[in-house]
Design a protein around this ligand. Structure first.
Ligand code: DLL
Length: 433
């Protein structure tokens, strides 16, 4: 039977959701216009006043906001409440330029925790569960978000943070963790480590809530089998609050966006044109209940599809597909668009583990793509010619998927570094020289 943390909201009629969105959008726009000079200037440049934004139908009139805008406004430029009302910041792990800092009032944190609680209950969580959180704690939103959600549900919460796999497994066995929250790459590593130690019968996990990075259906099947659990996807981003912007239900066919808090649009990333439901494009969010850091039409760079077909779980909120890549991490190799998720799907379909690295380089003015993937232990005793044959099979499978040649190198098990947080899959050295 399906359970809900907030059934009246999660199963609200579409008319009700729309009424909440219209009212909250107009209120948010009025608030930022009055309190954030940055928004007021941007709206005035477009000849807009808050009266022009009465409902979701008017949303398209507002300008987009990008990560660069947030960096420009660093640190306080987009703050919509006095600092004395704010109780927390979180920040992204950006690799270049200034960090993005998001602010929260206590009310913002309460609503964020509720979003994560919805995800935990959708994964079968109750106050009787032991929720093992090994997302990082600190500036990253993963640990604090799931931690807060678990408290709201009333589950026993293990604030493990990331790292120290030995200790993770020991606590999991000793305390009887039932719900695991971490990145899918770390879940795969934990599963592998539990099997190596022959401890699969000692763990009591029933579900996992995995997100913060892209993962494929093949990887889901692999983790589910190895740990004997049901694996649920969870999505979110620091700018919009953190994990729990959307989450999967028992149907496991996309993530319900918490539409009472966030309005989702899909746009053509090149032109900015709003696309109809069902079309693939860049996801854009407007937060309509945030006090300290509301964002209007924030471009996520995540490419996905929205689906409004009724869901068997009874939730009425729109579903987003798993992100199919990011408009900014799409690799262009020899002029062909390549998403790391396509490569991962091929590897897993061919029975390889999700331990791989994609190396992109430039040689003699030409792009070169290499995929290093770990052999499964059974292959370890294969002869050199058998390994060469397997590499050839993978080259053909990748060619069929991507349309280009990729060199494949099978490496010994355990030679590719494991990640405890978000995995680094792509090493692109083309722009370094
Ligand atoms: O990753 C928040 C989070 C923590 C989500 C824990 C889920 C679980 P950021 O570090 O700001 O926030 O990174 C946000 O990560 O724009 C996506 O590109 C990617 N991402 C997040 N969840 C998923 C997912 C957190 N389920 C960026 N599938 C987003 C694919 C995801 N990509």
């Amino acid at each position: 039977m399906e359970h809900y943390f907030q059934p009246e909201i999660e199963r609200a009629s579409r008319d009700q959701i729309r009424a909440w969105q219209d009212e909250r959008l107009a209120k948010t726009v009025r608030h930022v216009y009055d309190h954030v000079p940055y928004y007021r200037t941007r709206m005035q440049e477009k000849g807009l006043t808050p009266e022009d934004i009465q409902s979701v139908d008017d949303l398209h009139k507002l300008p987009f906001l990008t990560k660069d805008d947030l960096r420009e406004a660093y640190p306080y430029g987009l703050l919509a409440k006095p600092l004395s009302d704010c109780v927390r910041i979180q920040s992204t792990s950006g690799t270049t330029g200034r960090r993005v800092v998001a602010f929260y009032t206590q009310h913002d944190i309460d609503l964020w925790d509720e979003c994560c609680a919805r995800a935990i209950v959708a994964a079968g969580g109750t106050r009787d569960d032991v929720v093992h959180v090994c997302y990082g704690y600190g500036l990253f939103t993963g640990g604090p978000g799931l931690n807060g959600g678990s408290h709201k549900v009333g589950s026993l919460t293990l604030p493990m943070s990331s790292g120290n796999t030995e200790r993770q497994i020991q606590f999991m066995c000793d305390l009887g963790s039932t719900i695991l929250c971490c990145t899918p790459s770390y879940a795969a590593y934990l599963a592998e480590s539990i099997h190596e130690r022959g401890l699969q019968d000692k763990i009591k996990l029933k579900a996992g809530i995995f997100g913060a990075e892209a993962w494929t259906e093949e990887m889901r099947a692999d983790i589910q089998n190895k740990l004997g659990i049901k694996a649920y996807d969870i999505y979110g981003l620091t700018e919009i609050s953190g994990p729990g912007v959307s989450f999967e239900c028992s149907e496991q066919t996309g993530m319900h966006i918490n539409e009472d808090h966030f309005i989702a649009e899909i746009i053509n990333p090149q032109t900015g044109e709003v696309l109809p439901d069902g079309e693939k494009g860049e996801l854009v969010f407007t937060s309509i209940t945030k006090e300290a850091f509301p964002l209007l039409r924030y471009r996520t760079r995540d490419i996905c599809v929205l689906n409004r077909k009724p869901c068997s779980c009874g939730r009425t909120h729109v579903k987003m597909s798993k992100p199919m890549g990011r408009s900014d991490d799409m690799l262009i190799i020899k002029g062909v668009n390549v998403f790391p998720s396509q490569i991962e799907a091929v590897l897993l379909q061919q029975g390889y583990p999700a331990n791989y690295q994609i190396l992109v380089s430039r040689e003699n003015n030409s792009d070169r793509l290499e995929v290093q993937v770990e052999m499964v232990p059974e292959m370890f005793s294969d002869s050199v010619s058998e390994i060469a044959q397997r590499e050839k099979e993978l080259i053909n499978a990748l060619k069929a998927m991507l349309g280009i040649y990729a060199k494949v190198t099978l490496v010994e098990p355990k030679t590719i570094a494991r990640s405890e947080g978000k995995a680094v899959r792509v090493i692109d050295t083309r722009n370094l020289y």
